[in-house]
Design a protein around this ligand. Sequence first.
Ligand code: MLT
Ligand code: MN
Ligand code: ZN
Length: 306
Amino acid sequence: MLKIHVLGAAAGGGFPQWNCNCLHCTAIRSGSPDYRARTQSSIVVSGNHTDWLLFNASPDILQQLRAFPALQPGRTLRDTAIRAIFLIDAQIDHTTGLYMLREHREPLQIWCHALVREDLTHGNPIFNLLRHYCGVQWHDVPLHGEGFAIPAVPGIGFDALPLISNAPPYSPHRDRPQPGDNVGVTLTDQQTGKKLFYAPGLGQMEPHVWAAMQAADCVLVDGTLWSDDEMIALGASRKTSRAMGHLPLSGPGGMLEWLEQLPRRTRKVLIHINNTNPILNERSPERQELTRRGIEVSYDGMEIEL
Ligand code: MLT
Ligand code: MN
Ligand code: ZN
């Protein structure tokens, strides 16, 4: 059975964010029972509940690993159940945790697109620095419908597809995203045929993305911001949600409209939630609207079994 464990459900910055005094960060800091803290965007998946694939390595990874003992099997003095790592993009919130894995006894087995590797070799040269520690063995991620396996994580088939989102601010592709800067992934349980579609950064709904969402039993998708101008209205940024590479939840063409068109049986879960998003308040009208629509908001420690 395909098992998904959410290590971190927040967007870059986490919740609460260290320097943020928005309504939500202030409320959780002062102990409001209406909120739950969340670390930065990462999940682990396994087909056999022994060998795990880490999706994204967040700056909060050490805290996340401590909170999920299944990743520490204790077979030898130095050990981990993380057999491979899949990076869906080269953003800070998805990659800087790699530094924290430098004590690994073998090169880290990293699967990512060639453009992500390029950013992690030049703009933010994590792969180069890690050569002085455990090293990295890079595996290319094919796009365009060629499925692939990750042998160290048996029982799961993978299909990656290009997404229009955005490259990191340090990347030469910032604001000119190229196919491969961001990917979405369909994971198929090879025993049951059940499918998860995972895309924490999804800026535009293209036909091939929509087809992958319709084919999935569960979608775990971008819930970063509620409204397109959320960060502008707060004075926190000059960029819209779409310009940052995240489809907003509300409004015309927003994620909620798309999710509404999926079959009732599809499990719909949001991830990569920004600290400004009103759905973090479990009593907010926005959160109640999600509940009415059958949409769940992921949280650290959430488990999904397909
Ligand atoms: C994003 O998803 O837009 C970025 O990860 C935000 C960040 O970490 O700075
Ligand atoms: Mn992010
Ligand atoms: Zn905040």
